[in-house]
Design a protein around this ligand. Structure first.
Ligand code: ATP
Length: 198
């Protein structure tokens, strides 16, 4: 099964682009959504988080104490690295399980991850796609979508690799800049992946 990683900076539109692939019948694994789910489901991960960040990381009902964790990792790079070192392997496990149940008739699958390159998970994919958009457009989209300030968006951007760095690692790019048709670009890539599989 051909595995394609897809990423892009915050607000680039990677999730929107993945929805187009889904319309074409391509299964998509949303790593960031799965990461949130397994934080309260994967017992190995839960134990690791409690050991590292304290029992108060979870409520007595087993809910994640986001405020507690965010308070620790927000301005502490080492703590954030520790959290990622726990979460990323758990997401890789979940991805392997998900791949195993994808219909064999699927020509390829996509793994959407905000930190595809930062986490190293692109190395487990056959190819990678980078979704790009101008920084100003990305900021506007996220401010509108999440009702946050420009400074808050910038703080999130600062935690990710720059597009320049990601471009060096990506095999393909999709420009989601509102002037080039994203659907035509997706169709073009879709056909390329189908041909590579055959
Ligand atoms: P994040 O990293 O925060 O998850 P993302 O890269 O997945 O972001 P999306 O959520 O897909 O980005 O898109 C961000 C916002 O921009 C959404 O509200 C989406 O509807 C909008 N958007 C994405 N692409 C376009 C486009 N081509 N034209 C107009 N709006 C768009």
């Amino acid at each position: 099964m051909l595995k394609i990683g897809i990423t892009g900076g915050i607000g680039s539109g990677k999730t929107t682009v993945c929805r187009v692939f889904e319309v074409l019948g391509i299964p998509v694994f949303y790593a960031d959504t799965v990461a949130k789910q397994i934080m309260v489901q994967d017992q190995i991960l839960i134990s690791g988080i409690k050991d590292t960040f304290g029992e108060e990381s979870y409520s007595s009902e087993g809910l994640l104490n986001n405020k507690h964790i965010a308070g620790i990792v927000f301005n502490d790079t080492l703590a954030l690295e520790k959290l990622n070192a726990l979460v990323h392997p758990a997401v890789f496990r979940a991805f392997d399980q998900w791949v195993a149940q994808v219909p064999a008739s699927s020509p390829y699958i996509l793994k959407e991850a905000a930190l595809l390159f930062e986490s190293g998970s692109y190395q487990m994919c056959d190819y990678s796609i980078l979704v790009t958009a101008p920084l100003a457009v990305r900021k506007e989209r996220v401010m509108l979508r999440d009702q946050v300030t420009e400074e808050q968006v910038q703080a999130r951007i600062d935690k990710q690799f720059t597009d320049e760095k990601k471009l060096e690692l990506a095999d393909f790019t999709l420009e989601n800049n509102e002037s080039t048709s994203i659907i035509m670009q997706v169709l073009d890539l879709h056909l390329q992946f189908i041909n590579r599989k055959n």
